[in-house]
Design a protein around this ligand. Structure first.
Ligand code: TXA
Ligand code: MG
Length: 328
C-alpha cells in the first residue's frame, strides 16, 4: 500500500553535521531557539519543558497565545509519557510515524511539558518527525521539542533554511540546514481523543490513508463535531500580494502560479507548481513559489485550479487561506 506518499527521499543539499547538531542541542537545552528542518516545513524549535523557551517562541512569531504548539518527540515511547494513547492513536502512530502526522491526545498531568505550549487546553499535539536532522536533534537534546512552523504568525511557512533566516533570522540562536522540505506542507493534524479520528488540518497523510490503515473514516473538524483546532484561522499562509484562485486567464500585471501543461498567456512572471500535473510535486513547490511571487511588482498572484485529490485537498486548503479575508 502506497501510504507514505510524501516520499522520504534524501535531500540533495548539504545537511547539518553532527557537531552543529550537538551545538544546537546544547543551545536548546539552555533555552535558545533553533531553526529545525522537518520533512514538512521548517520549525522554530524550543525546549518544551521550559516555560521561558516556549514563551520566546510565541513572542518571536507574534503568535496569539490561544494557539497551541506541536510537541516533537523521537519515537512513540517518548510520546507515550506526554499524552494518553488509545487504540486508535496507537494504530495511527504505528502506521504513520515517523512522518507528517500530528496527533492531538489528552495531556498526562505530570508530563512536565510547559502548559503554555498547549495554550491551556487539556490536550497536546504530538508528532514524530521523519527528517534525519530533526531526529538527530531530538536524540542529542534529550528533551521534547515544541516547534511551530518557523514563520511569523499568519505568513507563509518556510520550506528552506534561507526562508527561516528571512522570517526569524534575528530570533534564533542557530538554523540547522536540512535542504528543501520534501513534503512542503505542514503535517496532517488529527484529533484522536475519541473513537472517530477528526482531521483538524489536512496534509500529506490523507483521510483515505487513515481510513485504509486504521479502519476508521475520519470526520472533518466542524462536521457534526465540536472539535476544532485553534490555529485554523481563515486568513493564514498569506503573501502580501493578493491571491486570486481558480484562474483560467491572466489579468494585467498578474503573476501566474501555474499547474499542468496547458497555460494561459500574458503573465508578468510564471512559476509552474508541476508541469506534469503531479500534486506531490506541487505541494513541495507551493510555499517556495508563493514566497517568490510575493513581490509588490505584481498586482496579484493568479493561481490555476489544482485537483482536489490526495495531497490536492491540503494544497487547496492552504491556497484558500492564502486568499482569504480582504483579498480578491
Ligand atoms: O508540519 C508541521 O506540523 C510543522 C512542523 C514544524 O512540525 N509544525 C506546524 O506547527 O505546522 P504550527 O504551530 O504552525 O501548527 C500547529 C497546528 C495549529 O493549527 C494548532 O492550532 C494545532 O496544530 N494544534 C496544536 N495543539 C493543538 C491541540 N492541543 N488541539 C488542537 N489543535 C492543536
Ligand atoms: Mg504554522
Amino acid at each position: 500500500m502506497a501510504r507514505h506518499i510524501w516520499r522520504p527521499m534524501a535531500t540533495t543539499s548539504m545537511t547539518a553535521d553532527s557537531s552543529s547538531i550537538e551545538q544546537a542541542a546544547q543551545l536548546l537545552r539552555q533555552g535558545g531557539l533553533i531553526g529545525m528542518p522537518t520533512e514538512t516545513v521548517y520549525g522554530l524549535a524550543g525546549n518544551a519543558f521550559s516555560d521561558e523557551a516556549v514563551a520566546a517562541i510565541f513572542a518571536a512569531k507574534q503568535r496569539p497565545q490561544f494557539n497551541p504548539l506541536i510537541i516533537h518527540v523521537s519515537d512513540i515511547k517518548s510520546a507515550q509519557v506526554l499524552v494518553q494513547f488509545n487504540s486508535l492513536a496507537e494504530c495511527l502512530a504505528r502506521e504513520f510515524w515517523p512522518g507528517p502526522l500530528t496527533l492531538v491526545l489528552p495531556r498526562l498531568p505530570e508530563c512536565g511539558v510547559s502548559l503554555l505550549a498547549g495554550a491551556g487546553l487539556d490536550t497536546f499535539a504530538v508528532r514524530v518527525p521523519a527528517h534525519p536532522v530533526a531526529q538527530a536533534l531530538l536524540k542529542a537534546s534529550g528533551v521534547p521539542i515544541a516547534a511551530p512552523s518557523a514563520n511569523r504568525s499568519g505568513r507563509i511557512s518556510p520550506t528552506e533554511a534561507a526562508h527561516v533566516a528571512q522570517e526569524l533570522g534575528d530570533k534564533v540562536a542557530m538554523i540547522l540546514e536540512g535542504g528543501a522540505c520534501v513534503v512542503g506542507l505542514e503535517s496532517t493534524v488529527v484529533d484522536a481523543t475519541g473513537e472517530v479520528p477528526v482531521v483538524l488540518r489536512s496534509g500529506a497523510v490523507t483521510a483515505e490513508m487513515i481510513s485504509q490503515a486504521c479502519g476508521a473514516m475520519p470526520q472533518w473538524a466542524g462536521q457534526g463535531s465540536a472539535v476544532h483546532s485553534p490555529g485554523m484561522l481563515a486568513s493564514h499562509y498569506a503573501p502580501l500580494v493578493p491571491v486570486r484562485l481558480n484562474a483560467h486567464e491572466v489579468r494585467e500585471g498578474e503573476a501566474l502560479l501555474a499547474f499542468g501543461a496547458h497555460l494561459p498567456l500574458g503573465a508578468s512572471q510564471m512559476l509552474n507548481l508541476s508541469e506534469k500535473g503531479d500534486v506531490q510535486e506541487a505541494a513541495a513547490n507551493l510555499f517556495r513559489y508563493l514566497r517568490t511571487l510575493d513581490d509588490p511588482r505584481f498586482s496579484a498572484i493568479a493561481v490555476m485550479p489544482i485537483p482536489r485529490d490526495g495531497l490536492g485537498v491540503a494544497i487547496n486548503d492552504r491556497l484558500a487561506r492564502a486568499a482569504a479575508v480582504g483579498r480578491i
